[in-house]
Design a protein around this ligand. Sequence first.
Ligand SMILES: [Zn+2]
Length: 85
Amino acid sequence: MSLLTTPVDIAHIDVMDSRPLIYCQCCRSYEHACQSGATPKMWLQAATYVGWRHVRSEHFDLDVVCPECVAAFHLPAIHMRKEAV
Ligand SMILES: [Zn+2]
């Protein structure tokens, strides 16, 4: 399986309570900015820095994936075994 990771698109940064929010489409965890002054662009840069990615393969296309899930995708055997249980 070939895996392609690219930076998350700014269109996938949500804003809730005037604070930007990024949401993992894989494990459904999210990171919400603590400061109301943060812009979606700043939040996207911070998320990219810590490892949030757009992950694509022949079988799926996830627009937003958190660093933990990105790491799991790079260990496909372990990930699939976990899914099968
Ligand atoms: Zn995740």
